[in-house]
Design a protein around this ligand. Structure first.
Ligand SMILES: Nc1ncnc2c1ncn2[C@@H]1O[C@H](COP(=O)(O)OP(=O)(O)O)[C@@H](O)[C@H]1O
Ligand SMILES: [Mg+2]
Length: 302
């Protein structure tokens, strides 16, 4: 059953049940949630966090973000910030290492990875003394390496602690320390019936041809269903012959993947975006390596 207050979540009964069991038994468990963008990983994590809080479990969260993925321990700082007041109880060297990497205290020695990880583990263990703890790390593919190493270190030492770690990452980008995690919940596209239900509960549910186009093109991805329905509601005429209009949110999601693509793929996408045609052969021919004569012309331009 969908938890109270989360009835708007369509489908996902099996996933929510599994996550609810995890919250009910917060004993040294790690679960990796994977899936493509927009499939609903964060929705599931948020629902689990809400349910945990209702059950009296303290929730600590961090979320990877592209702009901070190069900042050492940025994610760990976000995760531990609410319990940093417990740092006073840490063994002196662990305390100095942990607070040192956050720049809270000046550290005479260079950061020691083992002491830093131990400091985080002890801190979390102390926090869990006050009651069960759920750690949620969303968008782990964008977490900084320091944070990922500490999380993996903690995950390997959860035994005996009333502590659960939930990590979500994009399929195909699961950070190495968690890639071999045995317990994985792979979030799949919604079943057609659930996809239809999701369209039905939108503020302006699409009908007729627009509805079937959206169902076809969104392929069960909830974000695409929601956003395409919104776009079709805004521009019903375009939705009839379809050229699907993209919403800013969908564009953002697709654009976020661009930096990770190979240069040739990025160039091809750029050409496709700039081309005034959707004819693939034309776009591909424009992407072909330049002939001799064109080569000398382009050398001129650079
Ligand atoms: N099961 C669902 N029911 C209703 N809406 C959903 C569901 N899953 C996802 N969504 C919609 O899709 C959007 C994107 O989901 P999100 O959890 O952010 O995807 P992900 O984290 O996998 O990239 C949400 O903001 C929500 O509008
Ligand atoms: Mg997400």
């Amino acid at each position: 059953m969908t938890p109270a207050g989360d009835e708007w979540i369509v489908g996902r009964e099996h996933e929510l049940e599994l996550l609810a069991r995890l919250v009910d038994d917060p004993s040294a468990q790690v679960l990796l949630v994977t899936g493509g963008p927009g499939l609903g990983k964060s929705v599931l994590l948020d629902a689990t966090a809400r349910q945990a809080r209702r059950a009296g479990t303290r929730v600590l969260r961090c979320r990877g973000c592209e702009g901070e993925s190069e900042l050492p321990f940025a994610g760990l700082h976000q995760l531990l910030r609410p319990v940093l007041d417990l740092a006073d109880g840490l063994p002196a060297r662990q305390r100095a290492a942990l607070l040192g990497v956050f720049g809270i205290e000046e550290s005479a020695e260079p950061a020691d990875p083992l002491l830093t990880a131990l400091g985080a583990l002890t801190l979390l263990s102390d926090a869990a003394n006050g009651g069960p703890l759920l750690l949620v790390a969303d968008d782990a593919h964008w977490l900084d390496v320091g944070t990922l190493d500490v999380l993996a270190f903690v995950a390997r030492r959860l035994e005996g602690e009333p502590l659960t770690l939930l990590v979500a990452a994009r399929e195909g980008c699961v950070p190495a320390p968690f890639a071999r995690e045995a317990r994985t919940l792979a979030v799949e596209p919604l079943e057609p019936a659930a996809a239809g239900r999701l369209l039905d509960v939108q503020p302006r549910p699409p009908v007729g041809r627009a509805r079937s186009r959206i169902l076809e093109q969104a392929a069960g991805v909830p974000l695409a269903l929601v956003e395409l329905a919104r776009a079709a509601g805004r521009d019903p005429a375009a939705a009839q012959d379809w050229t699907l209009p993209l919403t800013g949110r969908l564009e953002e999601i697709f654009a976020a993947d661009l930096p990770g693509l190979p240069g040739a793929t990025r160039q091809l996408l750029l050409l496709a975006a700039a081309a005034e045609t959707a004819e693939l052969p034309v776009i591909l021919s424009a992407a072909e390596p330049p002939s001799r004569s064109r080569c000398s012309a382009s050398a001129h331009c650079s």
